[in-house]
Design a binder for this molecule. Structure first.
Ligand SMILES: [Zn+2]
Length: 244
């Protein structure tokens, strides 16, 4: 069992089973007090934490930053132990409760900088241009051909300078395992509903869908015009067949 020093006191690192038990107790406590916790349930036991390509891409984006890479590692096991007992995604921030050694879960807050209006316009128009993919998108599935709206500069994925975080545990000055667990928890939430990406980056999903649908209607009308131009009238028909 691993031990570490903290404020001149020796603490014992809780095992995964212990964390699981404590997390369950915290959830029961919250329920008995009428608090609505939304826990993160990891679907994988090893390898990728997320199951969708966009959730996996979210994790890979964070892992590629050197400052995060070594610290994120601890988050995988932590989120799989069911420690993220509550995680809510709001406009530009994530509020979460993570079970640790203590009885009461720690409070984690992750803030993500707002996208510029220019970036929002760019993302919306890029999505709208790919009409065939919009139906999948509205049904809650991100088509892989829209991958660049996440990964390009100014896209939906934040860079470390756009991310700030805090945790109520004693070692939050660096990215602690609770924050790391929440980072993976966000990816799992995205698996469940990719539109959380838009909410997190401050993009109004209704506006996004409206713009996309308007664009689709315009496209359909254009197609209708093209078709009507192709309808051959009586005169051209006679020309075509040489009917006298
Ligand atoms: Zn912490």
């Amino acid at each position: 069992m691993a031990r570490y020093w903290d404020d001149d006191t020796v603490y014992t690192q809780p095992s995964a089973a212990e964390l699981r038990r404590k997390a369950k107790e915290s959830l029961q406590m919250a329920r008995s007090r009428g608090r609505k916790y939304e826990p993160i349930v990891a679907r994988t036991r090893r390898g990728e934490v997320c199951t969708s390509w966009w959730g996996q891409a979210w994790c890979r984006n964070l892992e590629k930053y050197a400052d995060y890479a070594s610290r994120l590692d601890r988050g995988r096991g932590y989120v799989r132990s069911g420690t993220v007992v509550d995680l809510k995604i709001h406009d530009g921030r994530v509020l979460a409760k993570v079970q640790g050694r203590r009885k009461t879960p720690y409070n984690v807050e992750i803030k993500i900088g707002r996208l510029s209006e220019e970036s929002v316009q760019c993302i919306v128009s890029r999505c709208s241009a790919r009409i065939d993919s919009m139906e999948k998108l509205v049904s809650g599935e991100f088509p892989e051909e829209l991958k660049d709206i996440f990964t390009l500069e100014g896209g939906l994925f934040p860079t470390p300078r756009e991310i700030s975080f805090s945790c109520s545990c004693p070692d939050w000055a660096v990215m602690c395992k609770h924050v790391a667990a929440v980072m993976y928890g966000i990816g799992i939430r995205f698996d469940e509903n990719p539109f959380y990406f838009f909410r997190l980056r401050g993009i109004d999903v209704d506006r996004f869908i409206n713009v996309a649908l308007e664009s689709k209607v315009e496209q359909m009308l254009k197609n209708a015009d093209i078709k009507s131009d192709r309808i051959i009238d009586g005169d051209s028909l006679s020309e075509l067949f040489g009917v006298i």
